[in-house]
Design a protein around this ligand. Structure first.
Ligand code: ADP
Length: 302
């Protein structure tokens, strides 16, 4: 079931075309990524979804509602965490959450959210004294305090150290697992690959691909390479006869098999049937990064 439908969205700022015909839909219960380089039009797109910007053309439907006409109703249903949200320096964590909770008819319990987001030790700390990771966790808590059906999170992990980034990823998965649909804007490939169920790759205001991370990779670079050292001599024909195998080469004592589809399973099965053990087995696949280059002609974060 689609909870967000974006059709032929257009938005320009003066001469700048920020969003140039973007369409996608987001399914209930997924983490949907909007991935692209800086300036691609990601924030503008999600701002139109959140009703914070008025598109020049195209349609947006969120939970069957129009973000502009039904803004008041949607505010109760959609939690938004925008880039670099700032709070007053002196506002304490609990105060911020209680303040935001008061905007909603059916808010979450601020004390419970504080615990869930690992801010228990910081509940009385003023905003200005929080670390970058703690500020991000607070901003996620603020996006969730209204008990939303959809959470829109923009560049959540920018500026975080690797550990804080990983912690945040775990948190977002728990949000999704609790039944909230998550729209995640990111320019981090690893984040998209690790977290998103499906994603729209956006470049220069256009959607260049729409799929799961694995689907995107296999669509542009279907070949996989398997390397191993066989415990006994292998007749190449054993492998080349497999429909999944496209080539078999040797590199010193290593056998290198290139193939598509379920080639790993096919190769390991035939080896096992012939009592050959594949030592030091490695599978090399293209990454989402490779897929992005293939799709756009440039690297993501150049
Ligand atoms: P992203 O989120 O992918 O970095 P944005 O949606 O923020 O992309 O920006 C898309 C394009 O629109 C960029 O060229 C940006 O400079 C421009 N832009 C964004 N916001 C404004 C604005 N308020 N006024 C003028 N230009 C803007």
């Amino acid at each position: 079931m689609a909870v967000i439908e974006v059709t032929n969205l257009h938005k320009r700022y003066g001469e700048t075309v920020a969003v140039d015909d973007v369409s996608f839909s987001v399914t209930a219960g997924e983490i949907f990524g909007v991935l692209g380089p800086n300036g691609a039009g990601k924030t503008t797109t999600v701002e139109c979804v959140a009703g914070l910007r008025v598109p020049d053309g195209g349609g947006v439907s969120v939970l069957g509602l129009d973000p502009r006409r039904d803004a008041t109703r949607l505010r109760q249903l959609v939690g938004v965490q925008l880039q670099e949200s700032q709070l007053p320096d002196r506002l304490r964590v609990t105060e911020a959450l209680e303040l935001y909770a008061s905007f909603y008819r059916n808010p979450a319990d601020p004390a419970r959210l504080i615990d869930e987001l690992g801010l228990g030790a910081k509940r009385n700390t003023p905003y200005e004294k929080l670390s970058g990771g703690q500020k991000q966790r607070l901003s996620i808590a603020l996006a969730l305090v209204g008990n939303p059906k959809i959470a829109i999170l923009d560049e959540l992990t920018t500026g975080l150290d690797p550990q804080a980034r990983r912690d945040t990823w775990g948190l977002i998965e728990r949000v999704r697992d609790s039944g909230v649909t998550v729209v995640l804007v990111t320019h981090f490939m690893e984040e998209a690959e690790r977290l998103c169920d499906r994603l729209a790759v956006i470049d220069q205001g256009r959607v260049v691909a729409l799929d799961s991370p694995a689907g995107l990779v296999s669509a542009v670079a279907p070949e996989q390479r398997i390397r191993f050292r066989p415990s006994a001599p292998v007749d190449d024909r054993l492998l080349t006869e497999l429909p999944q195998v496209t080539a078999v080469t040797r590199s010193g004592t290593q056998v290198v098999v290139t193939g598509t589809g379920d080639v790993l399973h096919a190769v390991t099965s035939v080896l096992a049937r012939n009592q050959i053990i594949a030592a030091d087995l490695r599978l090399e696949q293209a990454t989402l990064d490779d897929a992005f280059v293939e799709l756009t002609g440039h690297r993501l974060n150049d």
